[in-house]
Write a protein that binds this ligand. Structure first.
Ligand code: AMP
Length: 282
């Protein structure tokens, strides 16, 4: 039986369950149970504290885990990032008081409060900057008010937490993070259930990235149409009862949908229909 660790709380917990459920697995808890068994798919899901997941997976107790890339790299567990999961996006950034107008050249000699001591030390070494790291477990933004740090390094998503604390981001992020599926590389080669799990999740992620676009196109504009919607390999072209017209069908990036529709309309395409994809394998 494949054993997968999922976060039991925090920023990634709900979206992890939604993604895995969409891939056809039963992983929903009815209460606060520690584990959920999906007998049909031969998987046991364990709900664990986010910061413990890398430990259980790296020592081989569990096979795979959903974890933030930030934790994965901070904990140096030796685990491999098998798949990025497209949710839980955030940036690990330096931030300081609005009134201080700091930039990255000003970090020398400052006290930096963070729970990402490894990632911040590595970043400071890369910048050849000497600063004092003040290790804290969380809620680091309050450390400046309390006088134990000059700036912080923390995860920023919407920026609201920083704004509320009167802080602003300093320079480029140290790291861009999101939820990832982590494990030892061999697990995918040795356990067919793990391989299938990854393929199914990839199917859902692709379906979230692409839409299906279908339209009618005059034959005279077909070459331009195929350039606008090349699909992943090539578009499907089917004859229509009107001899000078064809129907075209192709996958297109969701974020490009409106631009594509505008361009198709401008070359004379009609009946342009966009359809959601539930899952797919490419
Ligand atoms: P925000 O106010 O939206 O910028 O969120 C910042 C706070 O939420 C920080 O204190 C982070 O610890 C937490 N947070 C935001 N995004 C994530 C994430 N992807 N993973 C873990 N914690 C996060």
């Amino acid at each position: 039986m494949l054993q997968i660790a999922l976060p039991n709380k925090g920023a990634l917990a709900d979206d992890a369950v939604k993604l895995i459920h969409a891939a056809g697995y039963s992983c929903q808890r009815s209460g606060r149970e520690l584990r959920v068994r999906d007998t049909g798919n031969q998987i046991l899901f364990y709900f664990l504290r986010p910061r413990d997941i890398a430990t259980y997976v790296s020592n081989g107790t569990l096979d795979l885990g959903v974890i933030g890339r930030d934790f994965l790299l901070e904990q140096q567990s030796g685990l491999h990032e098998i798949l990025s999961l497209g949710f839980g996006g955030a940036k690990l950034c330096y931030a300081g008081p609005n009134s201080a107008h700091l930039d990255l050249e000003d970090l020398e000699g400052l006290r930096i409060a963070t729970s990402f001591t490894h990632l911040v030390s590595k970043d400071l070494a890369r910048k050849q900057t000497q600063a004092d790291i003040v290790p804290l477990d969380g809620a680091v933004e309050v450390s400046i008010q309390l006088g134990v740090a000059d700036i912080i390094a923390d995860l920023v998503q919407s920026g609201r937490t920083l704004e509320d604390a009167g802080l602003c981001i300093i320079g480029e992020p140290i790291l861009k993070t999101e939820a990832v599926l982590a494990g030892h590389e061999e697990i995918i080669k040795t356990k067919p259930t793990a391989q299938l799990f990854v393929r199914r999740i990839q199917g859902i992620l692709l379906a979230r990235t692409y839409v299906m676009i279908e339209y009618g196109c005059p034959r005279s504009a077909l070459q331009q149409a195929c350039e606008i919607t090349p699909g992943i390999e090539s578009p499907t072209i089917a004859p229509l009862s009107k001899p000078d017209w064809v129907a075209v069908k192709a996958l297109a990036k969701r974020e490009e949908t409106n631009r594509i529709m505008d361009e198709l309309e401008s070359i004379g395409a009609t009946s342009i229909v966009i359809t959601e994809i539930r899952t797919c394998r490419i």
